[in-house]
Design a protein around this ligand. Structure first.
Ligand SMILES: NC(=O)c1ccc[n+]([C@@H]2O[C@H](COP(=O)([O-])OP(=O)(O)OC[C@H]3O[C@@H](n4cnc5c(N)ncnc54)[C@H](O)[C@@H]3O)[C@@H](O)[C@H]2O)c1
Ligand SMILES: [Zn+2]
Ligand SMILES: [Zn+2]
Length: 380
């Protein structure tokens, strides 16, 4: 029996309240309207940003909502005027849309896209309404334009990319955020070159993907800085040459002086993958005078601000940020999938845990464990 044009009742994990476990229950997913795509999600992973919004510190967080933004699946049906994907296509959901037509897309300077940003931030589809409601009829907000914690989801056609159907969906879901974000930050935002020195603060999936990007470019030194010693071995596996635990430095030495000493004056590139504003300052100040660049990837809690002495910038250090690694999802995902398939981009190595979707709250719990990078959830 065809589901096209009809509401679908399916399993989802609903975030009803901040800092409370998700409620796994049946919800109703309306059919896609014009320029919208309904996807049967096959796999999704939990990213730190989902936990961040669920915790309640995200100023844009709206409840009740369907979280999740690292997801892959198969297109079930499309609304009117959708030309870029069709039913049956294998796809990855994109929290950074790419319309190809807006001022941002046409600038050639950024991967940010303005086309759905306003409504995406408000947790609704571009027409201002949600496609999700619970069995009581209460509307549920969308999240990051993806909402992959539902067996079926509806996204804007600019927020989804068709991929090679031979790519395993349970791996490439990670390209929807963490791996792409870190790898892209190294090879696009920073554009690390052969021989450069790099320090990566925070060795989660994002940070370790920066490490693999820097390694692929031939960086001469890749120093991982993490307060969790369990990350040392992993860092080496992904290509780090050194590991420093800033909480174990000898008395009188701070992480900035340690890194400056290790690199004869500072690093060519540093990356914050922690979301901690004090770490962001250290990362900037550990850059080499005259040219060092520090890239902020981590998402800080609401109200947090960064600071440093202006002299740090006057003397040539550069502070930058990166969303989704500067990658344009619809035009560049295919290349990343090829890199993964030909073995030059590690993805499977990040999957430390696998669970059925119903165990999603355990996946959130695991995210805080030092021995977990990503838990991939399956609907089947
Ligand atoms: N900009 C983007 O597009 C984007 C995309 C995805 C994730 N993020 C953000 O990137 C960050 C990393 O995400 P993740 O999924 O890899 O997280 P994660 O929790 O898996 O990893 C964070 C790592 O940082 C370490 N850490 C924490 N505090 C530290 C400190 N003071 N000094 C050194 N290390 C410290 C932790 O031990 C952990 O290993 C998060 O803030 C997340 O919200 C940003
Ligand atoms: Zn994410
Ligand atoms: Zn655009």
């Amino acid at each position: 029996m065809s589901t096209v044009g009809k509401p679908i009742t399916c399993q989802a994990a609903v975030a009803y309240e901040a800092a409370k476990p998700l409620v796994v229950e049946e919800i109703v997913v309306d059919p896609p309207k014009a320029h919208e795509v309904r996807i049967k999600i096959i796999n999704t992973a939990v990213c730190h940003t989902d936990a961040y919004t669920l915790s309640g510190v995200d100023p844009e967080g709206l409840f009740p909502c369907v979280l999740g933004h690292e997801g892959s699946g198969i297109v079930e049906s499309v609304g009117d005027n959708v030309t870029t994907v069709k039913p049956g296509d294998h796809v990855v959901a994109l929290y950074t849309a790419e319309c190809g037509k807006c001022k941002f897309c046409l600038s050639g300077k950024t991967n940010l896209c303005g086309s759905v940003r306003a409504t995406q931030g408000k947790g609704v589809m571009p027409d201002g309404t949600p496609r999700f409601h619970n069995k009581k009829g209460e509307p549920l907000y969308h999240f990051m334009g993806c909402s992959t914690f539902s067996e079926y989801t509806v996204v804007a056609d600019v927020s989804v990319v068709a991929i090679d159907p031979t790519a395993p969906l349970d791996s490439v879901c990670l390209l929807g955020c963490g791996v792409t974000t870190g790898y892209g930050a190294a090879i696009k935002t920073a554009n690390v070159q052969k021989g450069d020195t790099v320090a990566v603060f925070g060795a989660g999936t994002v940070g370790l993907s920066v490490v693999q990007g820097a390694k692929s470019r031939g960086a001469s030194k890749i120093i991982v800085v993490d307060i969790n010693n369990d990350k040392k071995e992993w860092s080496a596996e992904f290509g780090a040459t050194d590991f420093v635990n800033p909480s174990e430095l000898p008395e009188g030495q701070d992480i900035v002086s340690k890194l400056v000493e290790m690199t004869d004056g500072g690093l060519d590139f540093t990356f914050d993958c922690t979301g901690n504003v004090n770490v962001m300052r250290d990362a900037l100040e550990a850059c080499h005078k005259g040219w060092g660049q520090s890239i902020i990837i981590g998402v800080a809690a609401a109200g947090k601000e960064i600071s440093t002495r202006p002299f740090q910038l006057v003397t040539g250090r550069v502070w930058k940020g990166s969303a989704f690694g500067g990658i344009k999802g619809r035009s560049e995902m295919g290349g990343l999938i090829k890199d993964y398939q030909n073995g030059s981009l590690k993805v499977d190595e990040f999957i430390t845990n696998r669970r059925p979707f119903v165990e999603i709250n355990d996946a959130f719990e695991e995210l805080h464990h030092g021995n977990c990078l990503r838990t991939v959830l399956s609907f089947k």
